[in-house]
Write a protein that binds this ligand. Structure first.
Ligand code: ASP
Length: 449
């Protein structure tokens, strides 16, 4: 057996371990949830187990989050420097934009279609609506206050350029950014990369340092992935143990619309796009990227999954680093198909709940705003909630109504983040095939697997 197939067998063993970790985590979580309802002693026992498993899960998450910033900066800087030719970079950028636009639009269309067809808002009784609103109103209030600070388009554009890049980097990570957070950091890294590519001799040392930073981050991710079966298992255990099954029962039609839409997009749209633009077998593709899917599902964060996506693109899909680094890094924040679908569904669902009749024009506004909101959403757990509130306000649906869906948000967040991450990898693969040509070595490998 040659080294490549050895590596592949090991990688598939790794996928299997994470899958087993996730399955065990979910199963034990469900058992813990049942034990909790048996009274105080059961609850105390489960709380003490969560007290032990939650830190383990969060340590795994931290290992991923720890390298997000060095990775975003070094990957984008190097992507520009390695492409070298600015016209070629422009082509990569435009091709990325093209695939991002068609995938986001089709995602929102699927969601809109399902929500109009199944009318989940009509299935919710006034009583349940009142109970949910009361229960989650505090959390909804916090988000509404945060969303109220939404900026004008002009200010959003100005904030793409950070006043102080270092402060913006700190703010992008701890959520205190006054500007555009990660998007502004990306702009800075892109501009720095462009400037460096114009004077390669003078900036060779800096490029070398960035390459070092990049490979250190990737090595740390390699270690984190070894912990993934336990880490991801602990994360999903805590979620399922605390999940209210009552709320799932109350909102089941809504949950069905979201999960059904996400599945349609994941299995049908991505497969068709992959097959027609790259010739890759969707099955091979999904198998190769499964590590990134598991990490996205357990962490609910595209940003935290970025490092795993980069690793998968490099080791499994064998994409060209210059296209993969660029597309995946930009995509972790800018291409969120699952989020766009979710945002459209929530707004139309709440309009049904509050009997706000949206005209075709208003529905079109929702579609457009959801696509754009998918670009602006931070790749963190619950990142889409403040943007949904902005869309709700713009079409006259009560923003506090967001409380109704907050109780099921975590499980839907896990699912939409998985779709977001797969979307980034689909775009990266398509862009790679367009730029390098379908005969690129990695793509051929993947087809013949
Ligand atoms: N959690 C999502 C992500 O990181 C964002 C969201 O939809 O809330 O991609």
């Amino acid at each position: 057996m040659n080294t490549d197939s050895n590596k592949s067998v090991q990688a598939h063993g790794g996928h299997l371990k994470i899958l087993v970790g996730l399955a065990v985590g979910i199963l034990l979580g469900l058992v813990a949830h049942a034990v909790q309802s048996r009274g105080d002693s059961g609850r105390e026992f489960v709380e003490s187990v969560i007290g032990f498993t939650e830190p383990v899960g969060r340590m795994f998450l931290r290992m991923m989050q720890m390298v997000v910033l060095p990775l975003v900066v070094s990957a984008l800087f190097l992507a520009v420097v390695d492409v070298g030719d600015l016209r070629r970079l422009g082509r990569i950028g435009l091709t990325t934009l093209f695939f991002t636009a068609i995938l986001s639009l089709s995602a929102v269309m699927i969601g809109t279609l399902l929500v109009n067809l199944l009318q989940p808002g009509k299935a919710l009784s006034a009583e349940t609506r009142a109970v949910l609103t009361e229960k989650y109103s505090a959390r909804a209030g916090e988000n509404v206050t945060r969303a109220a600070a939404a900026k004008s388009l002009g200010q959003t554009l100005v904030d793409l350029l950070p006043e102080n890049p270092v402060q913006e980097m700190v703010g992008a990570v701890d959520g205190t950014s006054k500007g555009n957070g990660m998007l502004a950091v990306m702009c800075f890294a892109l501009l720095a990369g462009i400037a460096a590519s114009m004077q390669p001799a003078e900036t060779a040392v800096l490029a070398g340092t960035m390459r070092g930073l990049y490979s250190i981050s990737m090595m740390i991710i390699g270690w984190a992935l070894k912990l993934a079966p336990v880490g991801a298992g602990c994360l999903v255990f805590a979620v399922t143990a605390q999940m209210g099954t009552d709320i799932l029962r109350a909102l089941w039609v809504f949950v069905l619309v979201v999960i059904g839409g996400l599945l349609l997009h994941l299995l049908v749209v991505y497969s068709v796009v992959l097959k027609s633009f790259t010739g890759i077998s969707p099955l091979t593709f999904f198998r190769r990227i499964s590590n990134a899917m598991f990490v996205a599902f357990s962490t609910s964060s595209s940003s935290a999954t970025l490092s795993t996506s980069l690793k998968v693109a490099h080791d499994e899909l064998k994409l060209n680093p210059e296209t993969a680094n660029f597309v995946l890094t930009v995509g972790a924040t800018g291409n969120q198909n699952g989020t766009a679908l979710f945002e459209g569904v929530v707004v139309l669902f709440l309009a049904q709940v509050f009997s706000v009749d949206l005209s075709l024009g208003q529905q079109f506004t929702v579609v457009l705003m959801s696509v754009l909101a998918g670009v602006g959403t931070a790749g963190v757990p619950g990142g889409s909630i403040p943007l949904i509130i902005v869309v709700l306000k713009s079409v006259g649906v009560p923003a506090d109504g967001i409380a109704i869906v907050l109780g099921v948000d975590r499980i839907l967040d896990m699912s939409r983040t998985l779709v977001n991450v797969v979307g980034d990898l689909v775009v990266a693969t398509c862009v790679d095939a367009r730029i390098q040509g379908p005969r690129a070595v990695g793509i051929q490998d993947a087809v013949s697997d």
